[in-house]
Design a protein around this ligand. Structure first.
Ligand code: LAC
Ligand code: ZN
Length: 300
């Protein structure tokens, strides 16, 4: 629904359609500032015949990235999830969320929760995955690993990953970041942002997790143990976020990989986006919504 009340029907289900500008993408990325989306077309895929879920202990983020490369090389599009959890993020969940337990006997620096789906292959997903694991183990990238043997085990592992935001809230809240860079730069991003934040704000705790398969990290920062979280955030959130966002942008990355700009990151968009891109965005906004009716004050 456009600001002037007209309704544009963009419900095309075509896979290929190169007629004119890609208006649908424009509205999808506009956070409601160009119009209101009231309907969507869903594409259905056949349910996968086979699925494997594995939890791998890894030595560090760089090892997780190399493991991703190896899994993709062997299993290609069968890789549907590749989620990274650093130990401190898992510990927040174990300490703050009921009915959770560490799947491994020993503590490991970090973990990858990965999921594969496929059809009938000559060699099964599990065999292929075990071959990759053996390679990764020989290279010293992975430690213990588990393959889910039941749906309840699988959902318990997913819960460990998905409850991280709730665990951070229960621990007093965090300064959240949603950064992305090219996969090859992801370990550098984590290392540089971590060093910058810790040297400027000694004692802070970093809860790092995210969608490594997409080059997207949630690099969240919690107050030092013993400090009041709210007071800490009020005093230092701007400085912490500046360090993290600056590191991502210096590496050619994004300060908003999946959660948008809203009003919190508006100023950041102004200083990091190129003048040409900002001009184009403002001109599009002015053309579609000249009276600034749609979600005013957001994004631009
Ligand atoms: C997540 C949300 C914060 O990945 O994007 O859990
Ligand atoms: Zn996320």
């Amino acid at each position: 629904v456009l600001p002037d009340g007209r309704i544009w029907d963009g419900l095309s289900a075509l896979r290929k359609d190169n007629t004119g500008y890609d208006l649908k993408q424009l509205f999808l990325g506009a956070e409601g500032t160009l119009g209101v989306i009231t309907a969507a077309v869903c594409k259905l895929f056949p349910a996968p015949i086979t699925r494997e879920t594995a939890l791998c202990a890894v030595t560090e983020l760089a090892a997780a990235c190399r493991l991703l490369g190896m899994v993709r090389r062997s299993l290609g599009d069968c890789v549907v999830s590749f989620e990274f959890l650093a130990r401190p993020a898992l510990e927040l969940v174990l300490a703050n969320i009921s009915d959770t337990r560490d799947p491994f006997v020993a503590a490991h620096p970090a973990y990858v929760l990965l999921e594969l789906t496929g059809g009938h292959a000559a060699r099964g997903l599990r065999e292929e995955l075990m071959a990759v694991y053996a390679d990764a183990e020989a290279q010293g990238l992975v430690g213990d690993a588990l393959i889910a043997e039941s749906e309840s085990q699988r959902s318990a592992w997913w819960r460990l990953r998905e409850q991280i935001p709730a665990a951070e809230r229960a621990a007093g809240g965090s300064i959240k970041h949603d950064v992305s860079v090219a996969l090859a730069d992801l370990p550098t991003l984590a290392q540089r942002a971590g060093a910058a934040v810790v040297s400027r704000h000694p004692g802070v705790r970093v809860s790092m997790y995210g969608h490594v398969g997409d080059g997207n990290l949630h690099f969240n920062v919690l107050a030092p143990v013993g400090a009041d979280p709210e007071t800490f955030r009020a005093a230092h959130a701007a400085s912490v976020s500046d360090l993290v966002h600056r590191t991502a942008v210096e590496l050619g990355g994004s300060f908003s990989a999946e959660h948008g700009v809203g009003q919190l990151k508006r100023d950041l968009l102004r200083v990091t986006e190129s003048p040409i891109a900002l001009d184009l965005m403002r001109e599009i906004k002015a053309a579609v919504d000249p009276k600034d009716l749609m979600n005013p004050g957001k994004v631009l």
